[in-house]
Design a binder for this molecule. Structure first.
Ligand SMILES: [Zn+2]
Length: 387
């Protein structure tokens, strides 16, 4: 992923993004890739000083999540938004928040794990389901094989609205269906989104927080942690009881002041002090790399003196998971342990945070380890150098 090995080509689209029709623009690329796979091209080997036949294959694609939908042809909106869980996506539609959340992370736990038998801490049910199977390229191919999609506005009504929408042009490559992972989930985007939700909820930033009146009403309707339901007061706005993650004004100030006091070496990250607004009590203008640095190093330190211990440990574990995933070297023998840790951490987040916290980006952390196991460290595939 060094700059000298990168070649950037760009496509300038018009006013409308190509969206699902990206395949049309990818066709020349696929043609070249097919040539590189079947015949190869003759190149000069500077080391051996002779001509060799160079062959190449596409290892996978990496993009943000909306582009994942366009490239793979899977609709990442609505009830079945997770392309890996696919039909097995555990979804809940929140009426008051008007959005879908994706929970049920206890399904990935060991069958005898104690969290499975703790209905009151979760959604009121004992969890007996198993995790949905992970589809390989071949499984996906079976589903999309017969999906013939004609491109153009007049055929738009023929496109299915959920699940697999098209047979992606990448299947023209004969090896595509033999790959375990074809499209990667980008660690950078996942981490940025999780960080925004987490810090937004802790600081209660308007528009960023996942807590609020609607979120509490949804939890009431689902019978989850009823003691947190809004309390009506005549002539006043409903009062929201403090949850495990709620910070007092003083605690928010402590958190922000810690960020404000951080000094980093030249070139390590941006000047974090300038991203903290103590007067508005919020963080502003965070680039994805700043989130990376803060989440992996400074957030666990900043919350040391605030929050109940169990919530603090959960957040620290989440930060630690992202740090482990960003390592240059990951021991494959450690992956099972990491997977178990992230599942337990997500279950704990389910216990302490509001249901509306679980947007699709939070759920995707479940699938990161599988991709690392199959394709190597995320560092070799993430989007920092590209962006
Ligand atoms: Zn999933």
């Amino acid at each position: 992923m060094k700059r000298k090995y990168m070649m950037i080509s760009i496509l300038i689209s018009g006013q409308i993004q190509p969206g699902n029709y990206i395949d049309v623009y990818l066709a020349p690329l696929i043609e070249d890739l097919q040539l590189l796979w079947k015949e190869g091209i003759e190149v000069y080997d500077g080391h051996r000083k002779n001509q060799i036949q160079l062959k190449a294959m596409l290892f996978g694609t990496i993009s943000d999540f909306p582009a994942y939908a366009n490239l793979s042809g899977y609709s990442v909106k609505g009830y079945y938004a997770c392309p890996i869980c696919s039909d097995g996506t555990d979804h809940i539609r929140l009426k008051n928040c008007k959005k879908c959340v994706y929970m049920g992370h206890r399904r990935w736990l060991a069958p005898n794990h104690r969290y499975r038998n703790m209905p009151l801490a979760f959604n009121g049910e004992v969890e007996e389901r198993r995790a949905p199977p992970i589809p390989s390229g071949g499984d996906v191919f079976k589903k999309v094989e017969n999906l013939i999609i004609r491109f153009g506005k007049e055929f738009a009504k023929d496109i299915p609205t959920r699940g697999w929408k098209k047979r992606s042009i990448f299947f023209e490559l004969s090896y595509w269906k033999d790959l375990y992972v074809t499209h990667f989930i980008d660690l950078m985007h996942v981490q940025k989104n999780v960080f925004d939700s987490l810090v937004g909820t802790l600081l209660g930033v308007k528009g960023k927080t996942k807590d609020g009146l609607n979120a509490r009403m949804d939890m009431m309707e689902m019978g989850i942690r009823n003691e947190l339901g809004p309390v009506e007061k005549p002539g006043k706005k409903p009062y929201l009881p403090a949850a495990a993650h709620t910070l007092s004004r003083d605690e928010k100030r402590v958190l922000l002041q810690t960020f404000h006091s951080i000094k980093v070496p030249e070139g390590y990250s941006s000047n974090i002090k300038s991203l903290v607004s103590l007067s508005d009590m919020k963080l502003k203008g965070f680039k994805s790399h700043d989130c990376h640095v803060i989440m992996e190093n400074f957030l666990p330190i900043a919350i040391r003196s605030i929050l109940p211990e169990k919530v603090r440990i959960t957040i620290t574990k989440l930060c630690w998971f992202f740090k482990s995933m960003s390592n240059k070297v990951i021991d494959p023998r450690r992956l099972s342990y990491l997977q178990q840790q992230i599942i337990e951490t997500l279950c704990e987040v389910e216990m302490y945070f509001p249901t509306s916290f679980f947007d699709i980006m939070v759920h995707l952390t479940v699938h990161l380890i599988y991709e690392t196991r199959m394709c190597g460290p995320d560092r070799m595939r993430w989007m920092y150098p590209v962006e």
